[in-house]
Design a protein around this ligand. Structure first.
Ligand code: GLC
Length: 545
């Protein structure tokens, strides 16, 4: 499969038409042992992140506390109990620092402060304290590849060719220099990766919007200054960073993706983080085939990296109804990832279309995709509103990605419990019906479905760290695997089509005592083989022992 661009919204939006199905997920059984105590134990050790359920939270769209229509930290603090009750153990906050907001905060103008729209450093500290009180950790977005053009570093750099920061960005006399980084002809956004600066009379390189000039990591001062930013937030008590487009720090003529110099930088960042025990680094991978290179030797680069081969491309598997690609993707995880690495699993994010409409023709597939996200080996990151099945909004403030960034509807009625004012971005469709309050008591709601999924994971080490075995089948329409640790073992199977499917595997055995703990399929021992039966659109999680 060809390498894909960083933001494949288009990919996930590819699928059309519609078709739906009934849900018959059974509730999880009562735990035989105290799973809450076990969850506490798992989440308090250094491997907490392998057992945690993360939640990607957009402060701007979560809860407004002062009626200006913009979510803020005081608002988010007031919603921590909701997150706790959902079963969330850690948060990834999208950028929270001051910004001219040309790229929703991914254009930072001050790395050591809080976006005044969201509150003050004191509000942030209070949020951290309250989150920690509830056992919820907080990881923040760290955007190091570029700054805003309004950042004082850039303002100084552009002021002349010989100021102390003249070399902190990537400057050129021509818009097409012979050493054009990666031969890049086009940035991710816009038409040319070189923008002319009228003050300095030179062009600067930008991988994203022209308002996001790339920092020059060949300058050791840039390296020191950015590592210091990490120290600043770690000293404040954050539990780590989601590292934005981290592979792109260094440019060269030959390539731009995770160059050896970039890996060296990541190792330095890891050393900084290792000075704060229990803190973690999550990579936004720019490799859509295989994220293994982000883990280094398994303990010197990232703790986790997003597996976008699954996270952004799962829609293809349900469109085709075929499992081959999934076997390939997770086959690579098994063969290529160094020991110690941990997959970070998503089914959506702020960069792609809402998972609820990723496969318009098969809306049921979103829940199946969420099941794979929860039960494959790795750490799930739920995108806010995914638990409600939020639909894409229609308005745009920054760019088309705003469709997936609409405010949380907490209750029916004007303002939806999000704000007493006018929301900064209109709510998506059906906000009354999709609100937390409307879904709360409905056993068939998406929220209830997510609560069930998270309850099934909670306090079971197997889902984060148990071994994963992909089960070869005689039916390409089913994807099946087993999970195992000393304590328990499960078989998980998902039907990728809306027709009933049956499959046989000889790759696992089944005692007669097995029991279904989730889904509507069934699994049976047949002499030396195991047969899997799934209704159309169905799935099963079968406890083997
Ligand atoms: C990452 C972010 C995206 C942002 C880009 C530039 O891909 O997820 O939202 O636009 O980096 O910072």
């Amino acid at each position: 499969m060809p390498r894909l661009p960083v933001l494949p919204s288009i990919l996930v939006a590819l699928v059309l038409a519609s078709c739906s199905g009934e849900e018959t997920s059974s509730p999880p059984p009562l735990p035989a042992i105290d799973r809450e105590a076990e969850a506490k134990r798992l989440l308090s050790g250094p491997d907490w992140y392998r057992h945690a359920v993360f939640y990607e939270l957009y402060v701007r769209s979560f809860q407004d506390s002062d009626g200006d229509g913009i979510g803020d930290f005081r608002g988010a603090t007031s919603r921590l109990d909701y997150l706790k009750s959902l079963g969330v153990d850690a948060l990834w906050l999208m950028p929270i620092m001051p910004t001219p907001f040309k790229d929703s905060g991914y254009d930072i103008a001050d790395y050591r402060n809080i976006n005044p729209d969201y509150g003050t450093l004191a509000d942030f500290d209070e949020f951290l304290t309250e989150a920690k009180k509830r056992g919820i950790r907080v990881v923040i977005d760290l955007v190091l590849n570029h700054t805003s053009d309004q950042h004082p570093w850039f303002q100084e750099s552009r002021s002349s060719k010989d100021n102390p920061k003249a070399d902190w960005y990537v400057w050129s006399d021509t818009p097409n220099p012979p050493d054009n980084p990666c031969g890049l002809q086009q940035p991710i956004f816009g038409t040319s990766p070189w923008a002319f600066d009228t003050v300095r009379n030179q062009y600067y390189f930008h991988r994203f919007y022209a308002e996001q000039p790339d920092l020059n990591y060949r300058n050791p001062e840039v390296v020191e200054a950015t590592l210091d930013i990490a120290r600043f937030w770690l000293d404040r008590g954050v539990d780590g960073f989601r590292c934005d487009v981290i592979a792109l720090l260094h440019e060269s003529k030959e390539g731009c993706d995770l160059l050896p110099e970039t890996k060296d930088y990541i190792r330095s960042l890891r050393k900084v983080v290792d000075g704060y025990p229990g803190t973690v680094l999550v990579a936004e991978s720019t490799n859509f085939e295989d994220a293994s290179a982000y883990f280094g030797n398994g303990s010197d680069m990232f703790h986790m990296a997003f597996n976008f081969a699954y996270g952004y491309l799962w829609g293809f598997d349900f469109m085709s109804g075929k499992s081959g690609r999934l076997y390939e993707v997770f086959g690579k995880v098994l063969t290529n990832y160094p020991p110690g690495s941990q997959d970070a699993l998503v089914i959506g994010s702020h960069d792609v279309v809402r998972s609820s409409v990723a496969v318009k023709k098969h809306p049921w597939s979103t829940r199946r995709a969420a099941e794979l996200q929860m039960f494959l080996r790795g750490t799930p990151f739920i995108y806010y509103g995914e638990e409600l099945g939020l639909l894409p909004g229609q308005a745009t403030v920054v760019d088309l990605r705003d469709a997936a960034r609409t405010p949380m509807p907490w209750e029916p009625g004007p303002g939806q419990g999000f704000t007493t004012g006018t929301p900064w971005l209109p709510f998506g469709p059906d906000a009354d019906r999709l609100s937390v309050a409307s879904q709360q008591a409905d056993p068939s709601s998406n929220l209830t479905f997510y609560r069930g999924l998270l309850a099934l994971r909670r306090g079971h080490a197997i889902w984060g760290t148990g071994t994963l075995k992909l089960l070869p089948l005689d039916n390409e329409h089913i994807f099946a695997f087993s999970r195992e640790n000393d304590e328990e073992a499960y078989l998980v199977a998902v039907n990728l089509t809306d027709e009933p499917q049956q499959a046989i595997t000889s790759a696992t055995s089944l005692p007669s005592t097995g029991v279904r703990v989730w889904g509507n399929g069934s699994v049976q021992a047949q002499s030396n083989e195991v047969s899997i039966d799934l209704p159309g659109e169905g799935s099963v999680v079968w406890k083997i022992r």
